[in-house]
Write a protein that binds this ligand. Structure first.
Ligand SMILES: [Mn+2]
Length: 323
């Protein structure tokens, strides 16, 4: 059930929707299964309520999510004058939408903005905010809000909502999987969510270029003296394997499977930027804190940062004398 403290906000959001005619649904940049599942579930809901809605994503929509309901409705540009309300879903900060510079009018506090998210870094930048950092996924919060408000969940919506739950819990393997997540998973399955579609499209859907890219990342992995598992990938790797950065999704979780590792770090050099992705299995390590030192953020066990720059290899030599 939606946590009691968010229930009044959920009612306000429902009332705001009732007054609105056309909603803009915004995902975060580099979209994942949670932001896309959230967006397409809300899109379906609004359509069932005879409301106009548009899903916007600043980046291309990953092919592995094409099975989600009505993915073809996603647009990559918009005119704000066409809309009277907007939502950001799974965006840990306003800049995660990728449009704070091109559309500042959305974030100046005057445009009606609904902010639903589960990232710790979220500072309640919306007019209405449901930011529940204890939820494993944004789709979980949405599903609980729909339950609370007594909205019908169609089988298409159920699969979208399950997609976020499934991916953000690492197929229900991460430590954020609690009875709350599993109860909702059962509820969504009853509503017709297809776990098989999610599994086949997202987890059993690797291109040869992805395998070659992962091969490079895995072959470079090492554990440093501090117990950190590190690997890296660069523009050359993407070019030589014919892959792109979206194909890295999941590889850092694989790096994070080394026993006794403090945390894992994947450094990605891509188009003049260096991205760091952190994962940890340990309860006493907070990678959101570490990512914060580089201007990033995220969750306690999964976080990242992006900095302008490139990766440079540092080689150390030592002389070993032979007796
Ligand atoms: Mn999420």
């Amino acid at each position: 059930m939606l946590q009691v403290k968010y229930q009044p906000e959920a009612i306000k959001i429902r009332d705001a929707f009732r007054k609105s005619k056309r909603a803009l649904i915004i995902t975060h940049k580099n979209p994942d299964g949670d932001t896309m599942g959230s967006a397409l579930a809300i899109y379906d809901l609004l359509h069932s309520l005879n409301k106009e809605a548009t899903v916007f994503c600043v980046d291309p929509f990953p092919e592995s999510f094409y099975f989600l309901s009505r993915f073809e409705s996603v647009v990559h540009e918009f005119d704000i004058n066409d809309f009277d309300i907007a939502l950001t879903l799974d965006c840990g900060a306003d800049y995660m939408t990728g449009i704070t510079n091109t559309h500042p009018e959305l974030f100046n506090g005057r445009f009606p903005l609904i902010n639903i998210d589960h990232h710790k870094s979220n500072d309640d930048f919306g007019t209405w905010n449901i930011v529940d950092t204890s939820a494993a996924s944004t789709t979980l919060i949405i599903a609980e809000a729909l339950e609370f408000l007594d909205y019908k969940i169609s089988h298409r919506m159920a699969t979208c909502l399950m997609c976020g739950l499934f991916t953000d819990t690492g197929s229900f393997q991460h430590s954020n999987t609690t009875p709350r997540e599993l109860r909702m998973a059962a509820h969504l399955m009853r509503k017709g969510a297809s776990i098989h579609q999610i599994r086949n499209n997202i987890f059993k859907n690797n291109k040869i270029s992805t395998m070659k890219l992962w091969g490079r990342v895995l072959s470079r992995a090492y554990k440093d003296s501090g117990g950190i598992t590190i690997s890296n990938v660069s523009d050359d790797d993407f070019r030589e394997t014919g892959s792109n950065a979206t194909e890295l999704s999941g590889v850092v979780d694989f790096l994070n499977s080394v026993p006794d590792s403090k945390f894992s770090l994947l450094l990605t050099e891509n188009n003049g930027k260096v991205k760091g992705s952190f994962r940890t299995m340990r309860d006493d390590v907070d990678v959101a804190n570490i990512a914060g030192q580089f201007g990033g953020g995220g969750h306690k066990k999964a976080a990242g940062f992006t900095l302008p720059g490139k990766l440079e290899k540092e080689v150390r030599w030592k002389v070993v004398q032979e007796n």
